[in-house]
Design a protein around this ligand. Structure first.
Ligand code: GLV
Ligand code: MN
Ligand code: MN
Length: 431
C-alpha cells in the first residue's frame, strides 16, 4: 500500500466550510424517516437500510450531489459515489463519505455528517475555485448499521472485497426479504461494478458516539483505529408447556436459558478477564411469546466489542463453552449459533492521522487521538488505502443510536472544516 504524500501542498490554506449550509442539510435530511419517539417526546430518525425512507434519503442526497456538480454512479450494492474530477487523469481519487441508513431509533448525525460533510467540502472547494490534482469522491455505503440484514458495514465490506456480492444479496431481513430484492425494489441495484479500485486515501468524518471528547471538552478527535466486533445469533430450543400445570422439574424453559446467557455475558464483562470487553444482547425474543406458555424457543443476538483480538477470541470461546455447559445441564435444551458479523481490530494510517491533526491545528482546534468504539465504513476501506477518521463531539455523554443524539452546529462545522482541509491536502492542488 503506498502512503499518501502527507507533505502535499504543505502551505495550502485551511478551508472553512459554510456551517449554516451544512447544518441545514443535516436537519433537512433528518426529516426523511423522522418519527416522534413517544416515550421521550423527542424526534428521531428511522431510516433502516433500503426501506422507502432510506431510498427517499438517498434520492435527496443524490440531488445535492448533482447540484454540487458531482458525477454520480451507483454500484451493484447500492453504494453511491459522487465524483469531482481532478487535474491528473491518472490519479486515484481521495475518497470520503459514510452512510445514510440509520438504526430504528437513530438521530440526525450518525453517518449523515460524513456524507453531507463530504458534499459541503466539495461546495467549498468550488466556491474557492480550487482544483485538486486527485479527484475527490463522496461515498454513501449501503447497510452500514447491519440492523436490517444482519451484517454491519456491508456495502463497504463488499466494495473492499471482504464479503462476496452474492452473499450480501442473499441476506434477508426479519420478514425474509433479500437485500438483492430490496435493492431492485428501491431502484438502487446500480449498474457499476462493486469492487472499488484502491483510492489514494480515505477520510471519514463521524460523530464520536461516546463520551471521550465531551469529557475532554474538545470538539475534534483523530481516530487511531476501530475495535473488533463480533456478532452472532443464538437460538435456544426448549419445549412449550402449560404455565399452570407444568412442574418446574418438567420444564425446558428457553426463556430462562436466554436470561442465564444475558447474565453470564455481563459477568464475563465484570470479571475483567477479557480486557475492555463490551457485551450487548440487543435482540431477544421468546416463542410463542404468550403469557401462559413456557417459552419453546428463544432467539438473542450477542454483540461483543474488544480492542484486543486475543481477548476477543477468548471471550468468544468462553461464551461458546458456557452455552455448551447450559445445554449439557438442561435436559431437552439445544443451542444453535449463527455468525452474523466479525471484524478484527483495525488500526488507521498514521500518515492520514497526521494530516488530520495538522488540519485541526491550522483551524485552531485542539484535538486528541482516540480509538473508535463503534464500527465504521472506514475500517473496511482501510484494507484498500491509507485511511483515518475525524470524530466530532456529541452532547449528552455522546449518546447515539438514540433520538437524543446531538452534536452542536459548531462542532459539526469544525469537524467538516477539518475534513475539507484534510481532503484538499491529500488531493493536492491541481496544476
Ligand atoms: C455501528 O453503528 C456499530 O454498531 O458500531
Ligand atoms: Mn455510523
Ligand atoms: Mn450507527
Amino acid at each position: 500500500m503506498t502512503r499518501p504524500d502527507t507533505t502535499t501542498a504543505p502551505n495550502a490554506g485551511a478551508l472553512t466550510v459554510n456551517g449554516d449550509r451544512l447544518w441545514r442539510s443535516l436537519m433537512d435530511l433528518a426529516e426523511t424517516g423522522a418519527y416522534d419517539d413517544g416515550r421521550t417526546g423527542l424526534r428521531g430518525v428511522n431510516r433502516l437500510a433500503l426501506t422507502d425512507a432510506d431510498a427517499a434519503g438517498r434520492r435527496k442526497v443524490i440531488g445535492w450531489m448533482e447540484q454540487a456538480g458531482l458525477a454520480v454512479r451507483v454500484d451493484a450494492m447500492g453504494n453511491i459515489y459522487g465524483r469531482r474530477e481532478g487535474t491528473d487523469a491518472s490519479a486515484a481519487p481521495v475518497l470520503t463519505g459514510s452512510h445514510l441508513d440509520s438504526v430504528a431509533t437513530g438521530g440526525a448525525f450518525d453517518g449523515c455528517l460524513g456524507v453531507l460533510g463530504g458534499i459541503e467540502a466539495v461546495r467549498t472547494l468550488d466556491e474557492h475555485g480550487i482544483t485538486t490534482r486527485h479527484p475527490i469522491e463522496v461515498a454513501v455505503f449501503t447497510e452500514e448499521e447491519g440492523v436490517r440484514f444482519g451484517t454491519d458495514m456491508l456495502g463497504s465490506a463488499v466494495a473492499a472485497g471482504r464479503i462476496p456480492l452474492d452473499h450480501a444479496h442473499a441476506l434477508t431481513d426479519r420478514e425474509g426479504r433479500t437485500l438483492g430484492a430490496e435493492l431492485a425494489r428501491t431502484g438502487f441495484a446500480g449498474p457499476e461494478g462493486v469492487r472499488l479500485s484502491p483510492p489514494h486515501a480515505y477520510v471519514e468524518c463521524h460523530i464520536e458516539q461516546g463520551p471521550v471528547l465531551a469529557d475532554a471538552g474538545l470538539d475534534i478527535g483523530v481516530v487511531t483505529g476501530v475495535q473488533g466486533i463480533s456478532w452472532q445469533e443464538i437460538t435456544l430450543h426448549g419445549r412449550a408447556a402449560h404455565a399452570g400445570t407444568t412442574p418446574t422439574r418438567l420444564r425446558v424453559d428457553a426463556g430462562l436459558a436466554a436470561a442465564r446467557t444475558v447474565v453470564h455475558l455481563r459477568s464475563m464483562v465484570d470479571s475483567g478477564a477479557y480486557g475492555d470487553l463490551r457485551a450487548t444482547v440487543g435482540h431477544l425474543t421468546v416463542h410463542p411469546d404468550l403469557t401462559n406458555i413456557v417459552p419453546a424457543r428463544a432467539e438473542l443476538t450477542v454483540d461483543l466489542r474488544n480492542p484486543d483480538d486475543t481477548h476477543m477470541a477468548r471471550a468468544e470461546a468462553d461464551l461458546a463453552a458456557s452455552l455448551r455447559t447450559l445445554e449439557a445441564g438442561t435436559t431437552g435444551l439445544t443451542v444453535a449459533t449463527r455468525r452474523m458479523a466479525r471484524t478484527a481490530y483495525v488500526p488507521f494510517d498514521e500518515g492520514v492521522q497526521h494530516v488530520i491533526a495538522r488540519a485541526a491545528d491550522d483551524h485552531g482546534l485542539e484535538h486528541i487521538s482516540l480509538l473508535s468504539g463503534a464500527g465504521h465504513d472506514a475500517q473496511e476501506i482501510a484494507a484498500l488505502c491509507p485511511t483515518a477518521m475525524i470524530f466530532v463531539r456529541g452532547e449528552y455523554d455522546g449518546i447515539s443510536h438514540n433520538p437524543r443524539e446531538y452534536s452542536t452546529p459548531e462542532a459539526c462545522a469544525h469537524g467538516v472544516d477539518v475534513l475539507a482541509t484534510t481532503l484538499l491536502r491529500l488531493a493536492g492542488h491541481g496544476r
